[in-house]
Design a protein around this ligand. Structure first.
Ligand code: NAP
Length: 324
């Protein structure tokens, strides 16, 4: 199956003199944003999607997706993202590249500041997702890109026959640790408890992999090296003892934090800064909707992000119709 984009989606740079009133602004081009765009465009809304980096979001750095329905053999995050883009491209989605910093309600419309310029619409869907959490330990920033990584798909091939540590016990950590065994000699999974949070199917696969070693109830205290990572300092959380391990790379998968700064003064957030919505993805401000990993929810998956996007687009359409 070829999933290469044959043509790129319509892309437009933001210019000062062009400020039309859109029906809907979608912030973020991951599965939630792209699905929202698909449904909104099919409802004939005048839509613009704003993305700061790459379409597809964090999904693009996932090596293999095995739980998105319709793909029994699985597919890569890049392939799935390209297919989603292809679908909205057929409907001529307008995309602007930029960093949205705030949303302000002005009368019956919303002004979104993107790189210092306002883009206006009758409704907004926030689908800005999450970003990887940092460990906040000595050596993390110093060796970032020189042995410390947050993306196994991007950096894994550099670690052929090397020893790697993966921090975390969730789906991301286990999935990416399994991916890294393609290259590495040994992969040490460092987890703060003695039970994985990851789905059982992944946990079983990791347990059965002869290249994977588990360091239970342990955490990282420091990353050391000269030019590159050479050693990590571990702490056993039961005995409180410190130990050292010679290692060539550290991959960090300890969860993520929501990209909700742009609305922290605007809509209701929970204690962890995720956006609170009702079942129709409506936030505390009528006309502003949220979809995908950015919102308070039970299960953060591509399939639930896509579902959120569809619901948010439909709710936005109803909201816009009532304005008229
Ligand atoms: P996650 O599920 O929140 O797991 C984070 C892991 O890091 C947990 O094991 C946690 O330990 C550990 N951790 C958190 N803070 C830590 C710290 N300061 N020091 C050491 N360890 C720390 O995050 P995720 O794995 O990135 O997944 C995010 C969401 O995406 C989840 O909903 C997940 O199911 C979903 N996802 C799904 C798939 C899939 O279905 N194939 C793949 C990737 C991600 P504790 O367990 O002790 O809390």
């Amino acid at each position: 199956m070829s999933t290469q984009l044959k043509t790129q989606p319509k892309v437009q740079k933001i210019t000062k003199d062009k400020n039309p009133l859109f029906d809907l602004i979608i912030l973020g081009g991951g599965p939630a944003g792209l699905t929202a765009a698909l449904y909104a465009l099919r409802a004939k809304l005048n839509v613009v999607l704003i993305e700061k980096m790459i379409l597809g979001g964090t999904v693009t750095s996932t090596f293999q997706i095995e739980n998105y329905p319709g793909f029994p053999e699985g597919l890569s995050g890049m392939e799935l993202s390209n297919l989603m883009q292809e679908q909205v491209k057929k409907l001529n989605l307008e995309i602007k590249w930029g960093n949205a910093s705030s949303i302000k309600k002005v009368g019956n419309q919303f002004d979104v500041q993107v790189d210092g310029k306002a883009i206006s619409a009758k409704a907004v869907i926030i689908a800005t997702g999450t970003e990887a959490s940092k460990m906040g330990i000595p050596g993390e920033d110093k060796f970032r890109g020189r042995g410390v990584s947050y993306c196994a798909t991007c950096d894994g091939p550099f670690y052929k026959d090397k020893n790697i540590a993966v921090l975390g016990g969730g789906n991301s950590a286990i999935e990416e640790a399994l991916f890294l065994t393609r290259y590495a000699k040994k992969v040490f999974i460092i987890h703060r408890r003695d039970e994985l949070r990851a789905d059982k199917i992944l946990a079983d696969r990791a347990m059965a992999n002869h290249k994977i070693y588990f360091l239970w109830h342990s955490t990282l205290k420091e990353i050391k090296g000269k030019e590159k990572v050479g050693e990590i300092v571990l702490k056993d959380l039961q005995s409180e003892k410190l130990s050292k391990l010679q290692i060539d790379g550290v991959f960090v998968y300890i969860g993520s934090k929501p990209n909700s700064d742009l609305v922290k003064e605007t809509v209701k957030l929970d204690k962890k800064n995720y956006i609170v919505t009702d079942e129709s993805m409506q936030t505390s401000v009528p006309g502003i909707f949220a979809a995908g990993d950015i919102r308070v929810k039970h299960l953060r998956q591509i399939v639930t992000a896509a579902a959120d996007g569809a619901i948010a687009a439909e709710a936005a359409r109803e909201y816009i119709e009532k304005l008229q």
